[in-house]
Design a protein around this ligand. Structure first.
Ligand code: HEM
Length: 266
């Protein structure tokens, strides 16, 4: 079992990221005219010389973009069985999520244990990704639509599981998730857990129009790309599929904003 400090190690908690404003996963986007525009986000401060601060920043920013990708998956999954172009988008979105797992989890195992995992544990001893309400919705839709969504979607899902477990094994080599470690029933998620996940990652549930969603996503994508251009991810993986997704991250993220319009032409 990996040793996890009970009190989080001191590292800046401020990321400069404003809350990510999103509707509930089963609520549509608001109608809004004129389009909502927000000021662009500032670059991060203080991550240059502090690996703990950089690891924390990437964990939070990577999750913001992943939550947006889950929202996009909820939009496009129902169309995938009947529309091969939507199936391609779903596969691209899953690949983007896989690449974001690598970005979010690109810190050292030590930073993960002493800063990230310790902060999640301090928030709740069983803190878990299963509390992500947008991903819960993705899982529900996958159960209904995946069997008909095409081979590329199936491959992207398989690779996503591989990437997730590769990141988990690198960061927590002999350990379990906090949820498993706590002994809590992993199938018993309640609204308080979902709210806790939102609150930890700075996700505010609100009425949001598509333009505002697209702007928030575009801003955060730019921050990820700027970060990686200045400080490339040093982690190397010995699996070709994992390394490919790590290399493709900029292209995959660049395409995300084009998926924010609802319909994909067949
Ligand atoms: C890198 C960013 C990460 C993200 C965005 C993420 C996201 C998620 C999500 C959405 C789930 C629920 C759905 C599913 O099973 O796929 C989940 C579950 C899980 N994750 Fe992650 N995860 C990340 C990193 C990690 C790490 C570092 C570990 C190491 C222990 C881990 C271990 C697990 C396990 C074991 C589960 C099954 C439920 C549980 O035991 O909590 N994940 N994760």
């Amino acid at each position: 079992m990996t040793a996890v400090a009970d009190a989080p190690r001191q590292a800046p908690t401020a990321t400069g990221l404003p809350p990510l404003r999103l509707p509930m996963p089963d609520a549509g986007f608001a109608d809004c005219a004129p389009p909502c525009r927000r000021p662009p986000l500032p670059p991060p401060v203080g991550v240059e010389a502090d690996p703990d601060a950089l690891g924390w920043y990437r964990w939070m920013l990577g999750h913001h973009v992943a939550v947006c990708v889950w929202r996009l998956l909820c939009d496009h999954l129902p169309e995938a069985p009947a529309n091969p172009a939507a199936g391609e988008v779903v596969a691209d979105l899953y690949d983007a999520y896989s690449a974001l797992l690598l970005y979010s989890g690109s810190c050292s195992p030590q930073t993960y244990a002493t800063v990230i995992r310790a902060r999640m544990k301090a928030r709740h001893p069983a803190f878990s990704g299963t509390w992500a309400r947008d991903y819960e919705q993705v899982s529900e839709l996958l159960g209904r639509f995946r069997p008909f969504a095409g081979e590329r979607v199936k491959r992207a899902l398989k690779t996503n599981r591989l990437v997730h477990m590769t990141v988990a094994k690198r960061l927590v080599p002999q350990g379990k998730s906090l949820l498993r470690e706590s002994g809590m029933d992993p199938t018993r998620t309640v609204d308080t857990d979902r709210d806790r996940f939102d609150e930890f990652f700075g996700v505010d549930r609100a009425e949001v129009c598509r333009d505002e969603f697209a702007d928030q996503l575009a801003d955060r994508v730019r921050l990820v790309l700027d970060d990686l251009a200045a400080r490339p991810d040093p982690v190397r993986y010995d699996n070709a599929d994992v390394s490919r997704l790590q290399a493709e991250l900029p292209d995959l993220l660049d395409r995300l904003v084009s998926f924010t319009t609802r319909k994909v032409a067949p």
